[in-house]
Design a protein around this ligand. Structure first.
Ligand code: DON
Length: 594
């Protein structure tokens, strides 16, 4: 009898305790009651978030992208009966018009798709080195890197993959006609788009470079009144409209052959570039087996090489899986310390092992295996920072920028798309194809142009990522879809060069471990370490004084970041079946749902 009373008492206590700690609605969005014992609680002494922007809630579909017009286009396509893939394609072409900074026809990227039945696919539409490329093409006679050659101007471009990529995903999954999904972008190009302040500034800041590279051929980037662009100006792009019409009418051939191809090759010849008709004809994107890896009871569906992002993300998550991050708390010293140490080891692996799998053998399974990661962790010590020199060698300058773009789309049937695409630097190589009205990428810089010499993101590489004709340069793009209990849970991604991987990593942990809503996870301040240089950068206020002091006392070199980290565009399925679109408050990124 007495024993029963004890048991009943204990049950009542546990019930009361669990009620007290039930997730509560704090900001109009709810979190996952099953997983999250408590919702994220803000530390009153710390400004943990970049802003208090709220997520956008949708019942039927959601598009999260870098530009409000592009997200609107995607939603309109779904309202017309299109699925998430139709919407993603329409959003892509709209971004090429309204967001020339990174949206593109002349670039490339990666798509991760999970269809409504739960089957996952990835498409690699990364640029390729032209046939005439060679390992030492950016070195002088002494073997030194010719500064800027892989970054600016015609020789910096890889063979673009974006148009082929869009054609491929539409062919496989699209419901609406190609003609229909292209139309909104054509309208935006021909009728014009209103510049945001950020876009106006971007164009003005690059005016001189555009002029230097293109001569007087910079009509799209100079205000018709011959003054600087300002917010609210209309940007009309007639030539780009013509190129889009050609793609609309002839699909792949409307870009890789015929008039547009002629313009592109002519432009290359004019400026000493090497992309030929043969390169364009031969370019094809590649369907690849997705990385599908468990992390706790979640499944991470992400991109295999030629992006390093997927392998690195899984390595990072599995390296810290053993630790009670939730108990330690968001950005507490222990949490940050193990995350940094994981980053150090994973970026060293990236430099050594990763490259285009069509050219080099990448030991993917091994790198992501828990046994291997455990061995890599054996020299970790809570008392003292590991020295990057002990992990491997090299020295590197700074990195920071956000010129790629990511968009996530989910439709009412449950199809989900996560795409990251880029020209690499802002406005790519700054080459505008004369008469074609589109910008070319400077993706060749993502190769290891000389072993051990850092690229624009401070990343170093080696043989695995050296230049070879038709090879794809190694990327950090990490478009990812997370499944929970066999169902779609999140679509995630961001620009940010080398910081892409760590921003995706933190955003996933913010939701899964710290109980944040999708938007809170995006708003949350971030940090980054990439093995070399051996220092951690953080967004101002990301760390409390206590965290900073604790890390410094253990030998970590830590600098406040001048800019921001990440431009996330993510979507999460909430427990009530609605979608939360979370676009980054750090720029013009906007989610639109319906
Ligand atoms: O593929 C890569 O990793 C880079 N080309 C991405 C560039 C990028 O994210 C630019 N924005 N910061």
């Amino acid at each position: 009898m007495k024993r029963n009373v004890y048991i009943i008492g204990l049950l009542l206590f546990l019930f009361a305790f669990s009620c007290k700690n039930k997730p509560t609605q704090t900001d109009g969005t709810s979190s996952d009651a099953k997983d999250l014992f408590v919702l994220f609680e803000e530390n009153p002494n710390q400004k943990t978030f970049f802003s208090d922007k709220k997520g956008v809630i949708g019942q039927n579909g959601m598009v999260a992208s870098a530009h409000p017009e592009a997200s609107k286009v995607g939603v309109e396509i779904m309202k017309m009966g299109g699925n998430a893939i139709d919407a993603a394609v329409a959003t892509h072409f709209a971004l090429a018009v309204v967001f020339p900074f990174a949206g593109n026809l002349g670039g490339g990227g990666f798509a991760v798709i999970r269809d409504k039945n739960g089957k996952a696919y990835t498409l690699d539409f990364r640029e390729k080195a032209p046939l005439k490329a060679n390992r030492d093409m950016y070195l002088d006679a002494k073997g030194d890197v010719i500064q800027g050659l892989s970054l600016l101007g015609h020789l910096a471009s890889g063979v673009p993959g974006a148009v082929d990529g869009m054609v491929e995903i539409h062919k496989k999954f699209g419901k609406l006609s190609w003609e229909k999904v292209l139309q909104p972008a054509i309208d935006l190009a021909e009728n014009g788009v209103v510049l945001t302040e950020r876009e106006a500034l971007g164009l003005n800041n690059n005016k001189q470079t555009f002029k230097k590279i293109n001569g007087e051929n910079t009509p799209y980037f100079m205000n018709p009144d011959n003054r600087d662009w300002i917010k609210g100006d209309w940007l009309v792009q007639k030539d780009l409209g013509k190129t889009l019409r050609s793609i609309q009418q002839k699909g792949r051939n409307g870009f890789y052959e015929g008039e547009v191809a002629n313009l592109l090759v002519k432009e290359m010849k004019k400026g000493g570039g090497i992309i030929s008709h043969e390169d364009l004809k031969k370019y094809h994107s590649a369907w690849r087996e997705p990385i599908s890896a468990d992390y706790k009871h979640y499944k991470i569906i992400t991109m295999p090489p030629s992006s390093s992002g997927g392998v690195a993300l899984v390595q990072l998550l599995r390296s810290v899986e053993q630790y009670p991050l939730r108990k330690w708390g968001f950005n507490s010293d222990s949490t940050v310390q193990v995350m940094i140490e994981a980053e150090r080891r994973v970026y060293a692996d990236r430099a050594k092992w990763l490259g285009d799998m069509d050219y080099v053998k990448v030991p993917m399974k091994e790198l992501m295996s828990r046994d291997y990661l455990k061995k890599r962790w054996s020299d970790f010590n809570f008392a003292k920072a590991t020295d990057s020199k002990v992990i491997d060698g090299g020295a590197v300058p700074g990195y920071e920028s956000n010129e790629t773009t990511h968009y996530s789309v989910v439709d009412k049937e449950g199809n989900a798309v996560s795409i990251t695409t880029t020209l690499n630097g802002g406005y790519g190589s700054k080459v505008v194809v004369s008469g074609g009205g589109f910008l070319m990428n400077n993706e060749m810089d993502d190769f290891s142009i000389k072993a051990g010499v850092p690229n624009m993101f401070g990343l170093i590489g080696n043989k695995a990522n050296e230049i070879q004709p038709e090879k794809r340069m190694l990327s950090s793009m990490t478009p990812t879809i997370v499944e929970k209990d066999g169902k779609f849970f999140m679509a995630i991604g961001t620009p940010g060069g080398s910081t892409i991987i760590t921003s995706v990593y933190q955003t996933i942990l913010n939701v899964i471990e710290h109980g944040m809503t999708m938007q809170q996870a995006v708003n949350a301040l971030k940090f980054h370490h990439q093995w070399l240089p051996d220092r951690t950068v953080y967004e101002p206020n990301a760390f409390t004084e206590k965290t900073l002091n604790a890390l410094k006392s253990r030998g970590y070199i830590i600098d406040a970041q001048k800019g921001t980290l990440g431009r996330m565009d993510c979507i999460m399925l909430r427990p009530d079946g609605t979608l939360e679109g979370a676009s980054d408050p750090r720029a013009d990124n906007t989610s639109v749902g319906y």
